[in-house]
Design a protein around this ligand. Structure first.
Ligand code: FAD
Length: 434
């Protein structure tokens, strides 16, 4: 057994962990990142949002992200019904001003390795193949972590601050009983990369496309070499009814979704299929004396609007600021020092989770697929899709979104009375509001 010390120990070298590591190193702290996998490694979460770009600029990685071999410019998003009869395109350039007109599709093996090497360049010690095992508490304060190295030896790391960026593993929340599944939102995703997928022509070919199906939805995320990430996010009940391997369940969902079948007619997978399960959960405690949870480790609902990396990096940057301020001020971090990050995380989750829940509401979808060009509602939807939720003007976005929700409530009432406000959409994912 050996003992190590650092100012900040970060668990996880994904976008949250590496963002926090870079910013904390730049503030002059000693930072160690524990990452149990070897990079580069496959990860889902390939479609980014425009309002992540200012943080990429701040980290000094924007040009490098753009230059990665598979990065493709993403000017917007298509949403299509299962039979392809209705398609709506939201273009980031048409957001409420000032718009950031594009984002990127990235392969996460490349993207995550780039962000982590940026942290290393800033001075972080990055330990690949090292796995956190057991937290060590002194009263209510987290002061140490037992860790296993790649040879199986155990080490004790002592620190002044600990950031849990362990993603869906939600290391601390799982061990401490703070992680709870959303009982009505049980989904499974089957994903692979394909060659030969049909892509829309022209400028919008870099868009993400979301295709509805009765059991959930598909994503199509094109990369620079025209390979495409395709995933099916399906109700667990549909999955269990099939009782088969991910590829077969995926294929069954494709057969039920003409628009997905059309796009995949000449396509073949170039990666083994992965299944991702139990990815929707809330976390009841986000910070305490000596620690803070960031990114997916602080909760996750659903990837429909590609908000994961934005939330991960934004909460990481906020935690880095709180930790910096507290360590400079009194040499430690207390729960109260992390109040700004906890409040930001809750606010982002509230905003996006409410948008996500609306997407699973059959009465909301007709307005989403056919937004009337009044009161700048389409532009406000684009602003939400672009993650323009941090600037002071976001109240305008929120107000218009609430208007849409009111319309959905009116639609529900009308539908129950046999007089819906607008014709309903056929293919609606099963209601899964948490
Ligand atoms: C099906 C699906 C599709 C998605 N699509 C999108 C999308 O298109 N766009 C988007 O923005 N987001 C998407 N997301 C969400 C996105 O993947 C995550 O929000 C994002 O990766 C979170 O980053 P993170 O740094 O918090 O966690 P991660 O990126 O998961 O990184 C966590 C790291 O911690 C490491 N780790 C875990 N436990 C330990 C341990 N005990 N010791 C050491 N290391 C450990 C892991 O190996 C991992 O590398 C999707 C999610 C799902 C489930």
């Amino acid at each position: 057994m050996s003992e190590h010390t650092c100012d900040v120990l970060i668990l996880g070298g994904g976008p949250a962990g590496s963002t926090a590591a870079t910013l904390l190193c730049e503030s002059g702290f000693t930072v160690t990142v524990l990452e149990r996998e070897s990079f580069p490694r496959f990860h889902v979460g390939e479609s980014l949002l425009p309002h992540s770009l200012p943080l990429f600029d701040r980290l000094g990685v924007h040009e490098e992200v753009k230059a990665l071999p598979h990065t493709r410019v993403k000017p917007g998003a298509f949403f299509a019904t299962a039979d392809g009869s209705k398609v709506v395109e939201y273009r980031f350039a048409e957001a409420l001003p000032p718009a950031i007109p594009h984002a990127y599709q990235v392969r996460r093996d490349e993207f995550d390795a780039l962000l982590l090497s940026r942290a290393q360049r800033a001075g972080a010690q990055v330990l690949h193949g090292w796995e956190a095992l057991t937290p060590q508490w002194e009263g209510k304060r987290l002061t140490g972590m037992w860790v296993r190295d790649p040879e199986g030896q155990q080490h004790l790391f002592r620190f002044r601050a600990f950031l849990d960026a362990s993603g869906q593993k939600a290391f601390l929340a799982t061990r401490m009983g703070w992680r709870f599944p959303y009982p009505k939102h049980k989904k499974v995703a089957a994903v692979s990369h394909f060659r030969g997928v049909w892509l829309p022509p022209g400028e919008s070919s870099g868009n993400i496309t979301i295709v509805l199906t009765k059991a959930g939805w598909f994503w199509f995320i094109p990369f620079a070499d025209d390979t495409v990430s395709v995933g099916a996010v399906l109700d667990v009940a549909f999955w269990q009814a099939q009782g088969k391997a991910p590829q077969e369940v995926f294929q069954r969902a494709v057969e039920e979704t003409p628009e997905a079948a059309r796009r995949l007619a000449n396509a073949s997978p170039i990666l083994p299929f992965s299944a991702i399960q139990n990815f929707s959960y809330r976390v009841t405690k986000l910070a305490g004396d000596g620690f803070c949870l960031i990114g997916d480790a602080a909760g996750f609902l659903d990837p429909i609007f590609s908000t994961g990396v934005f939330i991960a990096t934004t909460t990481a940057a906020s935690a880095a600021e709180d930790v910096t301020e507290a360590l400079h001020r009194h040499g430690r971090i207390d729960a109260a020092d992390l109040a700004p990050t906890v409040s930001l995380t809750r606010s982002l989750q509230k905003t996006f989770f409410s948008f996500i829940r609306s997407y699973y509401d059959q009465d909301f979808l007709p307005f989403f697929f056919n937004p009337r060009p009044v009161l700048q509602i389409p532009a406000a939807i684009v602003s939400l899709l672009a993650a323009d939720v941090l600037r002071p003007g976001r109240r305008l976005v929120a107000a218009r979104f609430r208007l849409l929700q009111l319309l959905a409530a009116g639609q529900k009432l009308g539908r129950l009375l046999g007089k819906p406000l607008v014709p309903p959409l056929d293919a609606t994912p099963a209601d899964a509001g948490p």
